[in-house]
Design a protein around this ligand. Structure first.
Ligand SMILES: N=CN[C@@H](CCC(=O)O)C(=O)O
Ligand SMILES: [Zn+2]
Length: 431
């Protein structure tokens, strides 16, 4: 045997329900809990998950050195997965919060050259190393909040060269940090100033130059579009996403965030997108279409709160059979947070998701939303040894003690990276 990590005596080992594909309906409340549970990880992969008694038997014949992590009194869950972030950016936009507090609208700030365009300016000005440095610091904080895998979108470049820079930064983060980073190309995040009178010219640039360059360099797995009134309409979004699909990208859509009846959910379903994200204003037909197409709803209740808008109708989605995942949306405009635990609280308190659904949405369903459902998101033999130990004895308390970071220990690929709430191991080894 190789290097072993033995997490033992968890008061609750939350394995997540066994099954295929994203969890829906009542399946979102089934957690597969083992009381007094243990996990054994060998060379980064889970080789045992079960009761303490069976773990002792499993380990009895093993002579190798074992790192023991005592989880007594704690809940152990899979590492949290954040399937929608814009974590790679430079600068900050606290002024916009104040403008919105005075009544300004997010989309009007963008139209006046602020918002995404503001961050695009600071991101262009930053060197690639500066961009990586600022983003690495955010990944450290993600880890401290129990997140072991994230998705990261480009979309603050808005030119061929700068979009590639952002995606190279995503690759560097994946290589240099213990958090795994799944890259998404989102050149269609806003129309840059130079195309303001020719938005279709920008769509052509995305299709004819950006997408082929990203594909050629193997820099992204997904393509996403901000399908929204005043940004990219349904026709433009469909053109971009179909071109992306032809090049082998999997699809995501920022859908129905701001305008009513814009048809983003319907478009996501029609194109067979892996996920539709935001959905604050999704129509009933749109929700039913997502259920039918198996498109995952990635909900961002922190963003709704920060924009002071009503959150998405998670209850209707779950009742209609849509698989729901949760995410921070980490970005400098609408959600400057890295806290999945806070987002989980917000999902419970503003969308009435129950504590079990919240955990499913932050682990296994989030993993499926980024194409990693077979590798992470549950505690099962053969999956990666990504675990979080929370300083509470049962998972329901994770939503009861709100607004607190209860993460005690984080194990990534079998390595302890956070211990006692402190970051102890940030980077992957050089080899
Ligand atoms: N809505 C579009 N994109 C981001 C916000 C990006 C920004 O404002 O910088 C979001 O998901 O909320
Ligand atoms: Zn977003």
């Amino acid at each position: 045997m190789g290097k072993l990590t033995y997490v033992k005596s968890a008061s609750q080992l939350v394995c997540m329900d066994r099954g295929y594909g994203p969890r829906t309906g009542k399946g979102m409340s089934m957690l597969g809990i083992i009381a007094n549970g243990s996990v054994v990880i060998e060379d980064g992969i889970i080789v045992f998950a079960g009761s303490d008694a069976l773990a002792a038997q499993f380990l009895s014949s093993i002579q190798d050195e074992v790192e023991v992590i005592d989880a007594s009194g704690k809940v152990v869950t899979p590492g949290l997965v954040d399937p929608h972030t814009h974590v790679i950016y430079a600068g900050s936009r606290e002024n916009e919060l104040e403008l919105r507090l005075q009544g300004a609208k997010y989309i009007d700030i963008l139209k006046l050259g602020g918002g995404i365009l503001n961050t695009a300016r600071s991101t262009k000005e930053a060197s690639e190393e500066e961009l990586i440095g600022q983003s690495l610091a955010r990944l450290d904080r993600f880890l401290l909040h129990g997140v072991t895998t994230i998705e990261a979108k480009s979309g603050y470049g808005l030119s061929v060269e700068d979009e590639l820079k952002q995606l190279r930064a995503a690759r560097a983060l994946n290589d240099r940090h213990s958090i795994d980073v799944v890259p998404t190309f989102m050149g269609a995040h806003a129309v840059p100033d130079e195309y303001i009178h020719n938005p279709d010219g920008y769509v052509d640039l995305v299709i004819n130059e950006m997408l082929p360059a990203v594909a050629e360099n193997g820099l992204a797995e997904y393509c996403d579009v901000f399908c929204e009134q005043g940004v990219f309409d349904n026709v433009q979004s469909e053109r971009i996403l179909k071109a992306a699909g032809r090049l082998g990208f999997k699809l995501k859509i920022h859908a129905d965030e701001i305008a009513e009846n814009f048809g983003g959910a319907e478009l996501a379903a029609k194109l067979g997108a892996v996920s539709a994200e935001h959905l604050l204003k999704a129509s009933e037909e749109g929700i039913r279409a997502l259920a039918k197409s198996g498109t995952i709803a990635v909900l961002l209740p922190g963003t709704a709160l920060f924009l002071m808008e009503r959150a998405a109708d998670a209850r209707r989605m779950i009742d209609e059979g849509v698989a729901v995942a949760l995410s921070t949306d980490c970005n400098p405009g609408t959600s400057p947070t890295v806290s999945m635990p806070f987002v989980m609280n917000a999902a419970c308190l503003t969308m009435r998701m129950n504590p079990a659904e919240v955990l499913t949405a932050s682990t296994i369903n989030a993993a499926f939303a980024i194409g990693r459902g077979e590798e992470i998101g549950s505690i099962e033999t053969g999956k990666r040894g990504d675990l979080v130990l929370f300083d509470v004895p049962n998972y329901r308390q994770l939503q009861y003690y709100y607004g607190m970071n209860l993460v005690h220990t984080v194990v990534k690929n079998g390595r302890t990276v956070v211990k006692g709430g402190v970051l102890v191991d940030r980077y992957e080894p050089a080899d």
